[in-house]
Design a binder for this molecule. Sequence first.
Ligand SMILES: [Zn+2]
Length: 302
Amino acid sequence: MNIKNIAIVGGTHGNEYTGVYLIRKLRIDQFQEKWNGLNIDLLIGNPKAYEKCVRFIDHDLNRSFGKKDLTDFELPGYEANRAKVISQKINPKDSPKTDFIIDLHTTTANMGVSIILVNDNMYNFKMASYIKSKIPNCYIYYIPTESYADNHFLNSLSPYGFTLEVGPIPNGIVRHDIFNQTSNTMDVALEFINRTNSGENPETDDIIEVFKHRKVIEFPKDKEGNINAIIHENLQDKDYQPLKKGDSIFSTLEGEIVTFEEDEILHPVFINEAAYYYKNIAFSLTEKVSVDTKKGLTKTMK
Ligand SMILES: [Zn+2]
């Protein structure tokens, strides 16, 4: 495995400032010299949305990289065009040139440092395991390809890499601690690439704990379709913690408590993520599994 061409993207969502500031700092730092031998492209994903401090202008850019959308030249909107520009620049889907993509995001949820993987490539899992051993409060969140008919994330442009989500942080600001966690995680990833490029096999755990995406949970709604409940205080900030039958998840505006009614224990993520209100999404549920980085098998962890 030899990874040479890397793209680091910040501001794929215009109101997640950490990635944009990190890209700006890396440009000032002459960062490329530090990683001699690696060809690193630094990119602001959605400059127009960043200017306006919004997530997107017409459509979520990080849902615009499906193969069908990238080949539909009549698709209207800023992001539909922006996705084609980024795709051409870093990785035309039929003639890949960028080996590895780090897409920098932040979340308003209490997700610490989350490495999100959108395919089951074992190199990515090994790297995630390596990052987890070096970065405190780090989780691996795996979204299997079969969850979507067509993988539409920016990361789908390349078989290697990950989406980085760091939080909690409000949209539209930068915090020194979150900034440093983002920057350190990126450094550890590049260190892993450098080491594997030079033939080393960096020490990682063979069996790693992974949170595998299951489904999204919507807010309860009233007859008019408006959200009429808030995340229960017992659930707030409990990302990656076990959720059991009978646990409170919502408090409705009528004063009722809604409880979790599934028999199996699942692990919520993106709890109360600001960006998902417009889609009525309250949180996502994951299953805690173990991944054997040698055999690639997953099984449920109790
Ligand atoms: Zn984002």
